[in-house]
Design a protein around this ligand. Structure first.
Ligand SMILES: [Fe+2]
Length: 150
């Protein structure tokens, strides 16, 4: 069984890789649209499952206000990412403005991943036992599998 933190890290690397590819892509619009759809799907499933299985545990168990704020910050960052994804999707074009949106999305993902892997992961190691992290990991994998099937 895999620790939820290991699984999240793997997801982060995958999304970062897709975003890098999208930024560098010189191919046709079809390839680009496919990649954008992949990024959207990966980020949406990831964020939804984190918000359902992972963040609430940390939020509810945090004893200090500062820790709770760190967890809420992660939620807010997800909201920003969702907004940026909606923006990307809203117009069927691939021009300079689109590239700018992609760039900002990439920067925001990087920022979120960095904070999550430092602050949030540290909190998770403090507040959740190894068994609990594996249990959440199993739920996360099951959630991903059913999202893929849908
Ligand atoms: Fe996240």
């Amino acid at each position: 069984m895999a620790d939820i933190l290991t699984l999240l890290k793997k997801d982060h690397e995958e999304v970062a890789g897709l975003l890098d590819r999208a930024m560098k892509l010189e191919g046709d619009d079809k390839q680009f649209a496919e990649l954008a759809a992949k990024i959207e799907a990966a980020l949406t499933v990831h964020a939804t499952l984190e918000e359902k299985l992972f963040y609430p545990q940390l939020r509810d168990r945090s004893e200090s206000g500062e820790d709770k704020t760190d967890v809420y910050e992660a939620y807010v960052e997800h909201d920003v990412l969702k907004h940026l994804i909606a923006l990307l999707k809203s117009e069927g074009r691939r021009d300079e403005a689109f590239k700018a949106e992609l760039q900002v999305l990439g920067e925001n993902v990087k920022h979120h991943v960095k904070e999550e892997e430092s602050t949030v992961f540290t909190l998770a190691r403090e507040l959740l036992s190894e068994d609990e992290r594996e249990e959440i990991g199993a739920q996360f994998e099951a959630g991903k599998a059913s999202a893929k099937a849908a």
